[in-house]
Design a protein around this ligand. Structure first.
Ligand code: ZN
Length: 316
């Protein structure tokens, strides 16, 4: 392999442990601990951190303190503090809490949408449109997530035409240009990632595409590299690889942030992140949760370091 396979390209990672990760934890993490973790993540160089979700506290009690977390953090200049927003009511709360960016969510799978959000895909889309208009009026950044883009536990494969349709409608009708294709239940595989990303980018070159992978079947980082080859530069990941899949109890969670950063930087991509700082934060998080987490790099001991980009590596 040549030393410059990543060609020094800059990659942007959104950290989602505080939202996607904590929502599947059995226990409640104290607000002060969430705030301290968010600040530690920002200090390690992460530029976008999804720190909570404005869902109903009844649906997701682990994130019932979204307002308090937003109020409690000391915002680091240059960092974007994002929140997941499921509906118009959540949007109003996100505006009041001064979230920098909102992530509006619907599923690419009709049956997953009905099970998870308890309404049709069309109804979810209308709610997204309404919420996006509120966000735009408030001057907030808006992104949308399409759950189950790479497969659904009820429907199996989702036709590419369905993904293309929602991407086009989100962009043209809701004015949302940042779209995340989410592998909610970890069904994606590299060839599918390459093909689907290729189709979306070809039909919609103006979309700012992000990928959200879960490592449920061990293909998380392989899928990232397929996405990189297809031209994607935005990825979600969760510290220590926490998270889960409601349809696969006990399965591993999101792809792990520190494992992802290690894989990217050693391959020549630039992430601008203090990996040692991040590994320290992952250890803290594991202690906080009181159970082992899937993160690998933090337990693996000494690691190789990337040759400087201007010098050829061994075998170059
Ligand atoms: Zn997820």
């Amino acid at each position: 392999m040549s030393a410059g396979c990543g060609e020094g390209r800059e990659i942007h990672v959104q950290e989602v442990a505080l939202r996607d990760g904590l929502q599947s934890e059995a226990g409640f993490v104290a607000t002060a601990d969430k705030i301290a973790l968010a600040e530690r993540l920002a200090a390690s160089g992460l530029r976008k951190i999804e720190i909570s979700s404005f869902v109903s506290a009844r649906a997701v009690p682990q994130l019932a303190d979204a307002e308090a977390v937003f109020q409690g953090i000391t915002r680091r200049p240059g960092a974007i503090y994002a929140a997941l927003v499921p509906n118009v009511r959540g949007m109003e709360r996100a505006i009041a809490a001064r979230a920098d960016e909102v992530n509006l969510v619907m599923s690419a799978s009709e049956s997953h949408n009905r099970t998870n959000l308890r309404r049709s895909g069309d109804a979810s889309f209308q709610a997204i449109k309404e919420a996006a208009a509120l966000a735009a009026a408030a001057g907030m950044r808006v992104a949308a997530s399409l759950s189950c883009s790479f497969g659904c536990p009820f429907e199996g494969e989702i036709p590419a035409a369905t993904i293309l349709k929602w991407c086009r409608r989100l962009q043209e009708e809701a004015g949302i240009h940042s779209i995340s294709l989410c592998d909610t239940t970890g069904m994606a595989y590299p060839a599918l990632v390459r093909d689907l990303v290729g189709l979306v980018r070809q039909s919609n070159p103006a979309i700012n595409l992000a990928l959200h992978f879960h490592n449920t079947r061990g293909l998380g980082l392989a899928n990232v590299f397929a996405g990189l080859e297809a031209g994607v530069i935005h990825f979600d990941a969760a510290l220590a690889g926490i998270g889960g899949c409601p349809y696969a109890p006990g399965a591993t969670g999101n792809i792990c942030t520190e494992d992802l950063i290690h894989a990217l930087e050693i391959s020549g991509y630039r992430c601008g992140i203090d990996l040692d700082g991040l590994i320290g934060a992952a250890g803290e998080l594991e202690k906080l949760l009181g159970h082992p987490t899937p993160g690998q790099v933090m337990k693996a001991g000494p690691r190789l370091r990337r040759y400087p980009a201007d010098k050829p590596g061994p075998g170059a």
